[in-house]
Design a protein around this ligand. Structure first.
Ligand SMILES: N[C@@H](CCC(=O)N[C@@H](CS)C(=O)NCC(=O)O)C(=O)O
Length: 222
């Protein structure tokens, strides 16, 4: 078993996407918690690992890797027994890549504005237009879900990436079930397919929503 050190925080969706990938690959990790709210990521020792001061970071026996999507691809390529989670077929891979970029550029970007706004800029209320941006992202995902999983008929790392952020967002920006049946069905399918779903992703998503609500309450009193 390789010695993989994982710099992580359970509140962080991209870290949970790594957890889902690692479990699917049957790997083990040595976890080191990076307390983002306490500023651990801005300390010189962490900046040496990742000048962009983000989690997740992986140290695979001396090779330092940053950025969840890059890390997931690396882990599947290096340790996967087959290519199901990240297909080598060009067309299938392009479909997975499209949804990985959708997660980064749309889902996560729209969530990150809100988490920064509440946690680091200390606002109490989420601006209405930012809520609408998230709801528009829900619509894009709903309309993209034409198969059982986000990039086609099989579960891939694109599902791990997207569910880590969508499940987090759903905890604080409600998603109407009647108008998003495909997303609810997909989330249900993911939970059913992944016996460790709650432990690896669901609990962290719930904790993030709770932390946002607590920060909003604290910011209201300021
Ligand atoms: N696209 C990156 C996003 C990483 C990211 O922004 N992580 C957040 C936590 S969810 C972070 O570390 N923020 C601290 C900062 O940006 O200073 C990935 O998928 O790894």
């Amino acid at each position: 078993m390789p010695n993989i050190v994982f710099y992580t925080l359970d509140l962080s969706p991209p870290c949970r996407a790594i957890e889902l990938t690692v479990k699917a690959l049957g790997l083990e990790l040595e976890r080191k918690t990076v307390d983002l709210l306490g500023g651990d990521h801005l300390k010189p020792e962490f900046l040496k690992l990742n000048p962009q001061h983000t989690v997740p970071v992986v140290d695979d026996e001396g090779t330092i890797l940053i950025e969840s999507h890059a890390i997931m691809i690396y882990l599947v390529r290096k340790y996967g027994k087959d290519d199901t989670l990240y297909p080598t077929n060009l067309i299938e891979q392009a479909r997975v890549n499209a949804m990985l970029h959708f997660e980064t550029g749309v889902l996560f970007a729209r969530m990150r504005f809100i988490t920064e706004y509440i946690f680091f800029k200390h606002h109490a209320e989420i601006p209405e237009d930012r809520i609408e941006y998230v709801q528009a992202a829900y619509r894009l995902l709903e309309d993209s879900l034409t198969k059982d999983f986000v990039a086609g008929p099989k579960m891939t790392i694109a599902d791990f990436s997207c569910i880590s952020t969508v499940s987090s967002l759903m905890g604080f920006i409600p998603m109407e079930k009647s108008t998003h049946p495909k997303i609810y069905a997909w989330v249900g399918r993911m939970k059913q397919s992944l016996p460790h779903y709650e432990e690896l992703n669901g609990n962290g998503a719930t904790a993030l929503a709770k932390a946002i609500r607590s920060a909003q309450d604290a910011n209201r009193k300021k």
